[in-house]
Design a protein around this ligand. Structure first.
Ligand code: ZN
Length: 203
């Protein structure tokens, strides 16, 4: 005989579906929510109801609860430059640096032959459709991994094949601010050398 009432068992079952949450943690959380007297149940219920309104921006595929996202609808953003990223959370990271003023394009994944993810499984064709003559530069801000490199190469080829003329750049990778050369791994040093920049031209 189950000592817990059905609704509590239901909550435990749903919490267990979250990543990294097992039976014990789910039970502990469910009992905590049940016992809370400070409006946690109502707060959680309202928050969960609210996120049902969230959808993908049809332009850039960022998350939004409006027709289009806050970045695409901001007239002060520079529409001539589009930064390509893997996940919506990358926008938060880039925005916190307060340096990039263009628009974004969220791929929702990377090409990964080993996992059976091809170019048509992520938002690459949608990126091509956004390539109006007003777009002057694509910044590929994908992680420096095998999948990131394959996806970056595909974007390059896709734009060349379409006969589009624009600048394609990738985020610089290498030595972090405050990083000491002797403590860095070989991959980081190799990348820093490969993507070095000129600071003085001859003459
Ligand atoms: Zn958008």
């Amino acid at each position: 005989m189950d000592p817990y009432p059905k609704p509590l068992r239901h909550l435990i079952k749903e919490l267990k579906r979250l990543p990294g949450i097992g039976e014990k943690t789910a039970t502990r959380l469910a009992l905590y929510i049940l016992g809370d007297k400070r409006g946690l149940k109502e707060g959680l219920a309202a928050a969960l109801e609210g996120i049902k309104q969230i959808q993908l921006c049809p332009e850039c595929f960022n998350l939004t609860d409006q027709v289009r996202c806050t970045i695409c609808t901001n007239p002060s953003r520079d529409a001539s430059i589009i930064c390509v990223i893997e996940e919506p959370s990358d926008i938060l990271a880039l925005e916190s640096a307060n340096e990039f003023k263009g628009l974004y394009h969220v791929l929702h994944g990377l090409i990964s032959p080993i996992n059976g993810i091809g170019p048509y499984d992520i938002k690459l064709q949608e990126l091509l459709q956004r390539m109006r003559p007003t777009v002057k530069e694509i910044v590929v801000a994908l992680s420096p991994s095998v999948e990131g490199d394959i996806t970056a190469q595909y974007i390059h080829k896709m734009i060349c094949d379409a006969g589009l003329r624009m600048c394609i750049s990738r985020l610089a990778s290498g030595i972090p601010v405050g990083g000491e050369l002797k403590y860095l791994d070989q991959v980081t040093i190799a990348s820093a050398i490969r993507y070095r920049r000129t600071v003085m031209e001859p003459g």
